[in-house]
Structure formats: C-alpha cells, structure tokens
Design a protein around this ligand. Structure first.
Ligand code: FAD
Length: 349
C-alpha cells in the first residue's frame, strides 16, 4: 500500500477498538486462546458507557452477580483480563482502518499511533463519545483556541478571565478549582439547579454570595469578537435579557454524546448506525474484521452487556481460527485445562 507508512507500526495479532465491557472481555477471551491484544479507546479510562454514563448505578442482570455497580463491573473485567497483558492505548480514537495485502490491516489513531493488525475486533459501543458543543453563533472559528471542552493544562487558565458553562460535576469542579487562581470566573448554566454534587453546588453558590465568582443564568447566544480577535460571549437569559461577558477563554462542560465517527468510513456493512455481522463468528463483511457488543447488529440483537460477552467468546474462536488456519481450535474448560490455567497464571502445566 503506497499511501500508508508501516515503518515503526506496532505489529499485533489482534487490535480491539473500544474498551467498554465487550472490548475488555474480548481481551480475556482472546487471552484464553493464547492471543495477545492491543486495545484502543478514545476515552481516558476503560469502561465505555458503564464508566462514562452510569458508574454509580447498580446492574442486576450480570450472570452470577445479583447486584454489581457499573464501575465495579469494569474494574472486575480489567482485573480478569490482566493476566493476558493487553496493551491499552487510551485517550485516542481509531481513525483509520485499511486492509493490507496478506490478511492484515493498517490501523491509525487520532494521536498517530499506528498498528499492523492481523485481525481487528470493533467493540465500539454506540461510537466515540464526543463533547456536546457550545452551539453559539460564531463559535466555530474559536474552537480549540478560545473554546474548550476539556482542561488539558490547568495552569494555562490561571490569571485569565474564564467563563465556564454547565451544571454537572465537571463544570462545578473546575469552577471551584479555578476560583482564586483565574483572574475571574463566571459560571453560566441555563437554570439555578445543578446536576452535579450538591456539596459542590453549595460551595459554588457560597463563592457567588461572597463576590468571588459570578453566576449567570442563561445560554450562550453568540461569541463576541472583533474581526479574528476573541472578546467573550453573549448570554441570553430565560427572560431574554442579554448579558455580555468579556472573557479570555470559555470552558464548556455539556457532557458527551455518542457518534459513530470514523467507523462509518471503513467500508463495513452498516444498518442503522450498527455494523452487520454473522452470528457464528461475529465477523463483518470484511474477513478479519469482527464486531462485538452494542456496535453490531444481527437478527434478534439485544444491546445488553451479556450479549457482548457471548459475542466476544465466539469472535475469539473465529480470530484463533483465522490466525492459525491449519490448527483446530479445541473447546477447553478453564476448570480443567492446564494450558488455559497456565495462561491465566493460576497454576496448571
Ligand atoms: P460501550 O460501553 O459503548 O463502549 C464502547 C467504547 O468504544 C467506548 O469507550 C468508546 O469511547 C469506544 N470507541 C468507540 N469508537 C471508537 C473509536 N473509533 N476509537 C476508539 N474508541 C472508540 N446493559 C445491561 O446489560 N444491563 C444494564 O443494567 C444496563 N444498564 C444501563 C444503564 C444506562 C444508563 C445505560 C446508558 C446503558 C445500560 N446498559 C445496560 C447498556 C450497556 O451499558 C451497554 O450494552 C454496554 O456498555 C455495551 O458495551 P460495549 O463494550 O459494546 O460498548
């Protein structure tokens, strides 16, 4: 392939896209069959929807666990997969998957990590989580320079006039963190009730009462600019009153929403934002690319964690068959197989 540079790319038998419950269990199932994986996720921590959307909620339909916290489930899956030494590449989105000759794929991430993978297992859930945008008139030109959706280097905001948007924990935590360090902090939320921890909301309102920070109820209507120079933001209140806030930087914490993202461009059969697979191998229309968990679809599909577990087990057998076409993949029990127990590090041969 002329348009990709394979020099220095990481060679792997299996590359898993997505570290939600399905991707994490995929590491385990591949590991039992002696296959080491690399796993990539656009989020900074493994866990997918469980960690990102409902870490503290209890789950009641995981077999043999009558009740299990969502984050607890993720922690258990990470621990269970640990013996197989998968390498995690977090905080980077898989942007490119291209077939190479001789049953391999070129895979590239948003930060330039490159792989040559013999098989790819897509466990991308409902897609990449993307930050909800500010959506104010004129904001596009200032995204990344003056409008930010995460704090990469907190010190860079010290001594600046900041406007922080949102009513959840991220917005409140950063308001409390920057109060006293930034030149000024203004919190903007569409109403006076907050989704974040009540203690944080109370602290923030105490700072407002003490005149240390400002609170404005409303939504961003337009960015204020003089030519290409960023000046601040105009807020429209619930009573339609307009407030102009001078600012150096805007920090926006409206949460994340899922997007299929680059997966749509990899030549896979897709139906209603999900990847079509067979139910024997959970293989896509491209041999060597599999899809497990919420991202796939087939007749009767149910988007449940336990479906992803089953799919990961069968996909692992298919991956093993593809990597070693001349070797039969035998079913073995972890209770009795010395080979599997050795791989698990629990004794055996
Ligand atoms: P996800 O958990 O969505 O993980 C996919 C991961 O892939 C994400 O981390 C994402 O960042 C990553 N990703 C996507 N695209 C890329 C890319 N291009 N590059 C890199 N990374 C990428 N299910 C149950 O069985 N029982 C329940 O009780 C239950 N309760 C739920 C409660 C709530 C509030 C919600 C929202 C869901 C619930 N679910 C429940 C559903 C369950 O969470 C999902 O079925 C499960 O998370 C799917 O796992 P997954 O690994 O397929 O995908």
């Amino acid at each position: 392939m002329s348009d990709v540079n394979l020099d220095g790319a990481i060679a792997t038998d299996a590359l898993i896209v997505g570290a939600g419950p399905a991707g994490l269990f995929q590491i385990f199932e591949l590991g039992l069959l002696g296959i080491k994986a690399h796993i990539v996720d656009s989020l900074k921590a493994p866990g997918g929807q469980c960690t990102e959307l409902y870490p503290d909620k209890p789950i009641y339909d995981i077999p043999a666990l009558p009740i299990c916290g969502a984050q607890e489930l993720v922690d258990r899956l990470v621990q269970q997969a640990k013996p197989f030494g998968a390498e995690y590449h977090l905080g980077q989105e898989v942007s490119v998957v291209k077939p190479l000759p001789d049953q391999a794929f070129y895979v590239e991430t948003s930060v330039g990590t490159r792989f040559v993978a013999r098989t790819v297992i897509i466990a991308a859930g409902v897609g990449s989580f993307q930050p909800r945008k500010l959506g104010a008139e004129g904001s596009e030109g200032f995204e990344g320079s003056h409008i930010h959706y995460k704090v990469q280097n907190a010190a860079a905001y010290h001594g600046k006039d900041l406007v922080i948007f949102g009513g959840g924990d991220s917005a409140l935590d950063w308001v409390l963190d920057f109060a006293g360090k930034a030149k000024s902090v203004t919190l903007v939320h569409r109403r006076a009730e907050f989704r974040g921890a009540p203690a944080s909301a109370t602290k923030a309102m105490q700072l407002v009462a003490a005149g240390k920070i400002r609170f404005v109820e409303g939504v961003a209507e337009a960015v204020l600019a003089e030519g290409s120079t960023f000046k601040g933001v105009r807020i429209k209140g619930n009573d339609s009153a307009l407030t102009e806030l001078s600012a150096d930087q805007l920090l926006v914490f409206f949460g994340l929403h899922p997007k299929l993202g680059p997966i749509a461009e990899w030549g896979l059969g897709i139906d209603k934002r999900a990847i079509l697979v067979d139910t024997e191998k959970f293989q896509t229309n491209i041999p060597g690319i599999f899809a497990v968990g919420d991202i796939n679809t087939y007749p009767g599909k149910k988007k449940l964690i336990l479906s992803g577990f089953h799919e990961a087990a069968l996909a692992a057998f298919a991956v093993a068959g593809l990597l070693n076409p001349n070797k039969k993949v035998h079913l073995q029990y972890t209770t009795t197989s010395p080979v599997m127990q050795k791989r698990l590090g629990v004794g055996g041969a």
